[in-house]
Design a protein around this ligand. Structure first.
Ligand code: MG
Length: 368
């Protein structure tokens, strides 16, 4: 349990090494799925990552393998296989994904400054800048906004739109001019609202506006994109290459943001980035996981040419972040430098991780 739920998976070998991977969000049913995946893995050569991945995926086409819990669990397993392969060969995962385009990966800080009227907000924002981040993100959707006319319908009222714009203005004016600002609407609103907000935010020169409408209707996302100069980003709830094919073909987004802990894994992320590169579209992954999954994502971000920026979402859990892996804090001045250690290059501090284990969930089961 960090930012939401995470699923940690280890794959053990008869050579005394193991690989560690992480899945997220849709992982409530992850443990039984991973147990079911065992029959595809036991006795196999773990270095044949693509073949193992494809067998597990195709075995589940009647069981939800198109997305959600199935691909989140598959992502964790796939990442563990890459960690294992790197350790077995004595090389970092980025080397297995094509080598490095960059030595360090730029992060943006999901600021969690929810209320500009909060007297602590200026201090929190200054803290983000002090930590060295060169980009930040805020959320402007608000389920409890008293100006909402309706608890179910998400067409924003004028007062709601004004609140959103005021929040962006406050954040923009509080950050140094060179710090990029991204804004998330969490796919909650309708077309009318999405178009209005994207238009009204144009003067703020956002890094991106994320999911003004839900991601399933690619044409709706494209209509908003075509109506504004604000760059539109989407994809944290799309799955596999197939989820991104239509987004790219229809030019529905300026920037894509697959979550490598649920989209299908590291190589799937690399393939999606490559598809996007054909459309000259930057790759800015969603990321809410522990330092293990974050570092795994960094290996992909280092390996693809069109990487833009990677999310970081643990500012309100700094102590846990710093203690979750034995290597300590992997972020330095808003960047992660890729380690040259074999595999992903970070190992869980089990004592810290056990403290946040969700009640009634299993720990690793190496003997089964
Ligand atoms: Mg988001």
């Amino acid at each position: 349990m960090g930012h939401g739920l995470q699923l940690h998976v280890r794959i053990y070998t008869d050579q005394g090494i193991f690989g560690h991977g992480e899945g997220t969000d849709a992982v409530q049913g992850g443990a039984p799925l991973v147990r079911m995946f065992r029959r595809f893995l036991v006795g196999q050569d773990p270095l044949n990552v693509e073949a193992l991945w494809e067998r597990i995926r195709t075995a589940g086409i009647f069981a939800g393998a198109q997305g959600g819990q199935y691909t989140a669990a598959l992502s964790a397993v796939e990442t563990a296989l890459w960690d294992l392969a790197g350790k077995a060969m004595g090389i970092p995962v980025y080397q297995l994904l094509g080598g490095k385009c960059r030595d360090r990966v730029r992060l943006y800080c999901d600021s969690q400054t929810e209320d500009p009227k909060d007297p602590e907000a200026p201090k929190k924002i200054a803290g983000i800048v002090d930590m060295g981040f060169t980009a930040a993100k805020i959320d402007i959707d608000e389920a409890m906004d008293p100006n909402r006319w309706d608890r179910v319908n998400w067409t924003a009222s004028n007062a709601e739109v004004d609140r959103m714009v005021a929040k962006v203005k406050f954040m923009r004016e509080s950050l140094p001019a060179r710090t990029d600002l991204a804004v998330d609407m969490h796919g909650r609103y309708d077309m009318t609202t999405g178009k209005r907000v994207a238009k009204e935010l144009e003067p703020f020169k956002l890094l991106f506006l994320e999911e003004p409408v839900p991601p399933e209707n690619v044409d709706a996302m494209r209509d908003i994109r075509e109506s504004t100069s604000t760059p539109i980003c989407c994809g944290e709830n799309l799955f596999l290459r197939h989820g991104f094919r239509t987004v790219l073909e229809r030019r529905a987004a300026d920037i894509i943001m697959p979550d490598l802990q649920k989209v299908g894994g590291l190589l799937e992320g690399r393939k999606i980035a490559d598809m996007a590169h054909v459309y000259y579209t930057p790759f800015a992954p969603h990321c809410v996981v522990s330092p293990i999954g974050t570092m795994a994502s960094c290996h992909v971000c280092a390996a693809v040419p069109n990487f833009l920026v990677l999310e970081w979402h643990w500012i309100s859990r700094l102590e846990l972040w710093k203690n979750f892996v034995r290597e300590g804090d992997i972020i330095e001045k808003g960047f992660v430098t890729l380690p040259d250690r074999p595999g992903i290059g970070v190992e869980m501090n089990e004592e810290a991780a056990r403290k946040v284990q969700v009640k009634d969930t299993p720990w690793f089961e190496p003997g089964l």
